[in-house]
Ligand binder design. Sequence first.
Ligand code: PEP
Ligand code: MN
Length: 334
Amino acid sequence: MLVVMKNDATDDQVRAVIGEIERMGYRGVSMPGAQRTAVCIIGNQQPVDDSTLLAMDGVKETIRVTKPYKLVSRETQPESTVVNVGGVKIGGGEPVVMAGPCAVESEEQAMTIARFVKRCGVKIYRGGAFKPRTSPYSFQGMGIAGLQILDRVRKDTGLLIVTEATDSENLGVVEEYADIIQIGARNMQNYSLLRLAGHISKPVLLKRGFAATIEELLMAAEYVVTEGNGRVILCERGIRTFSDNTRNTLDLGAIPAIKGLSHLPIIVDPSHAAGRRDFVIPLAKGAIAAGSDGLIVEVHHDPAHALSDGAQSLYPAQFEELMKDVARLKRCLA
Ligand code: PEP
Ligand code: MN
């Protein structure tokens, strides 16, 4: 339930409402908005009796939140969340492109690709140091040495870094080095990791599990937000279907659906959806046209020798083309 405060409600009145909610045995989370402040009641298993709350000073009305996710719901917060990472605004109306290799393979590789994507106008560099791989025999990532390379990339280029934490053991060290912490598709329902991510100081890029519904994705985001970290960016990266022409099926309908259901920003990963580089640009353009707040794209200076996901990594020239397409689309959609 949402307790909507009057436009002129004071901070003391908001605090009193939260106190009363706590007295009732629940948690009250203040959601300041452009028009008015609301207090979201969480932790109730049954409908809440709102009679005491409605009689309190500064309270305008109560609204039942019909969705099982509360804090990430647009019912609770009508204004879109803009996640500001070092001055780059995700969800602020301009699509943001994050790009880089699937994995950090060496300092030379990471730096070469970083300098290139920076020249193309990218502000956020991707690259995995801890890699969740289907096969235990595949390259597992460079681990902490990879994070240290990413740190040098940031110092050299000024790019912000998005990189994945694959478990609760490496979350802490990834937090030290990353500007955005990625939680991958395989971990979308790793609830202990999600809860821990709710306590970190960095934004979280939460990728949709390949067999997860939109409601399950939003419930996963709720785990992070309810623990205190409201800076969550969602990512559609393709789901598993019977269609066998791509690695996964990019669910573009998820973009307008999520925009309607949640105030969180949503970006698209066309690379893991496509699984092949010739499909990445068309899918990326479709994503921007469908209203995505950004893209996360794999690009490699030498995909033939990439240690992971070479087949879906764009060649540098293709990536330049994609950046031009994105700029053109931005102008068309403006
Ligand atoms: C990745 O982006 O590096 C990755 C492993 O993606 P996903 O979790 O979507 O498979
Ligand atoms: Mn990859």
